[in-house]
Ligand binder design. Structure first.
Ligand code: ADP
Ligand code: MG
Length: 482
């Protein structure tokens, strides 16, 4: 047994989620990524003396929406607090946040582990707060630059219980969180642009040990893969320390994506004392049950619900269901498609197969797909009715459908692709085929059923490739077995 197997890791994630509101959390300045630096900056964002914040109702709505989506309980009376620290990108000298009264408590994120079983990761809390500005250290040779456009952008912070055990689970947790925030349209979930950011808390302990080990917090990972890499590196680093009789220090570390390692930013002793106190400039926000119900009614079907529906009600494989529910747009397309056909597996096959490849090849999103779900349902029916084979549908008809608005039936007729399924005509051809090889008929009767293919080949030739193979092979077999 390797030394690493003696240990288990414990991981909890803190995820900052930027809310897609039009204006900032406590002012009417625009909340807009990519504006020219310092253009969305009024006296309130600058925290000039005499200015007062006012809370953004949309930000509260989005926090409630997210809480409901992850099954949290929503607090009625929400107070704001000041978290004090001094930094150039924080004009007020404090961040408005929630301390003792987070708007959401409890709830969970379900992740699916390799063996198909799901694991619930409990959520400790979700609270509302605001983002800081951005210090830019790499654009001027001598000075640091500051862009306050991001200062005051509304955030929620989602804190998980320490219940993940490795980098892979953290990756899956973040994938689910991103999927959910995108489904409910509260955040674009873009980690590369920083609209979703994650701090990972990691500790290790001997297997069987009840007490947690000393945790290290790792920051500055700008992708989900990097969160996974940082965690894997950190687990190994901590075990190596313990195995060489050194101690793990409680500290904050930063991830170096180039080397895949972490380095110390500050130790616990150097941690800020935030001197939290109630924010005197903002009234508590009261969230009524009536309001919660109203928001609940606006929630779309969530990926987890859709996944269960597709696998248990429609009997689709887990893989199909997970690809279809990967994003809301694909799920929407599938939902429309199955309102026109009950052949769920065929509907899924079209989305996972021909449609997905076409979209990939042309770098399109499914919202940009020109063929309506109704037309795809017609194509499925054409195959199910035996008018065309699956391969003709995907190789000859589908490529035409993406170019024109013609129905699949019209395309099949114009291109002369309709299968010969008239039993009388097919029987004639089957008789001709059987008559060609009397010796092979004898072989078949003697048990060499493999020669069936030869006769089928003849029928196909006679029909110019259009014989319905199911009917034709049934007729040929009947003749051979007479
Ligand atoms: P802090 O006060 O340092 O921010 P919290 O108790 O608020 O610590 O926890 C922050 C995050 O760290 C949470 O996601 C929590 O699940 C996680 N966490 C707490 N203790 C541990 C531990 N021993 N190992 C790993 N993660 C931990
Ligand atoms: Mg914390």
């Amino acid at each position: 047994m390797s030394v690493y197997e003696k240990y288990e890791a414990v991981i909890g994630l803190e995820v900052h989620i930027q809310l897609l509101t039009k204006s900032k959390a406590y002012s009417s300045d625009a909340n807009e990524y990519g504006s020219l630096p310092n253009t969305n900056v009024s006296a309130i964002t600058l925290a000039l003396p005499g200015t007062l914040p006012m809370h953004n109702k949309k930000a509260v709505e989005f926090a409630v929406k997210l809480g409901l989506a992850v099954k949290s309980s929503i607090r009625e009376r929400n107070e704001y607090a000041r978290k004090n620290y001094f930094y150039a990108d924080l004009p007020k000298g404090y961040q408005i946040t929630q301390d003792k009264t987070p708007i959401c408590t409890g709830g969970f994120i379900s992740i699916k582990n390799g063996d198909g079983r799901s694991k619930k990761i409990n959520i400790t809390r979700i609270h509302m707060e605001e983002d800081a500005g951005k210090s830019i250290h790499d654009q001027d040779p001598t000075d640091s630059l500051i862009d306050l456009n991001r200062a005051g952008v509304p955030l929620v912070e989602m804190v998980s219980e320490p219940e993940m055990s490795n980098g892979d689970e953290a990756y899956k947790y973040l994938t689910e969180v991103r999927k959910i925030v995108r489904y409910i349209d509260v955040c674009d979930g873009n980690m590369e642009e920083g609209s979703m950011r994650c701090d990972a808390n990691i500790s290790v302990r001997l297997k069987g040990e009840k007490k947690f080990g000393t945790k290290v917090e790792v920051k500055n990972m700008n992708s989900m893969r990097n969160v996974q890499r940082a965690i894997e590196h950190e687990i190994k680093r901590q075990i190596d320390l313990i195995e060489s009789n050194e101690t793990v220090n409680q500290e904050t570390r930063s991830f170096d994506a180039v080397n895949g390692t972490t380095f110390s930013l500050r130790s616990k002793e150097a941690a800020n004392d935030y001197r939290y106190f109630p924010e005197p400039d903002l009234q508590p926000v009261i969230v009524s049950q009536e309001y919660i119900n109203k928001i609940k009614a606006t929630l779309p079907p969530l990926p987890d619900e859709l996944f269960s529906k597709y696998t248990s009600q429609f009997n689709l494989p887990d893989y199909d269901a997970s690809v279809i529910t990967e994003n809301k747009q694909t799920a929407n397309y599938f939902e429309k498609l199955i309102s026109h056909t009950k052949n769920y597996k065929a509907a899924s096959n079209w989305i996972l197969g021909a449609i997905k490849s076409y979209l990939n090849e042309n770098a399109l999103a499914i919202e940009q797909f020109s063929v309506s779900p109704n037309r795809i349902a017609e194509l499925i029916k054409l195959v199910d009715d035996g008018k065309v084979s699956n391969s003709v549908a995907s190789q000859n008809i589908f490529p035409e459908m993406v170019k024109t608005d013609k129905s699949p039936l019209q395309i099949a007729e114009e291109k002369n692709l309709i299968q010969q399924s008239d039993e009388n005509a097919l029987l004639e051809m089957a008789k001709q085929a059987v008559a060609l090889y009397p010796d092979k008929v004898a072989e078949y009767k003697g048990g060499k059923t493999g020669v069936l293919g030869l006769f089928m080949g003849e029928v196909m030739k006679l029909s110019k490739g259009k014989a319905d193979p199911k009917i034709a092979s049934k007729l040929v077999r009947e003749l051979l077995e007479k």
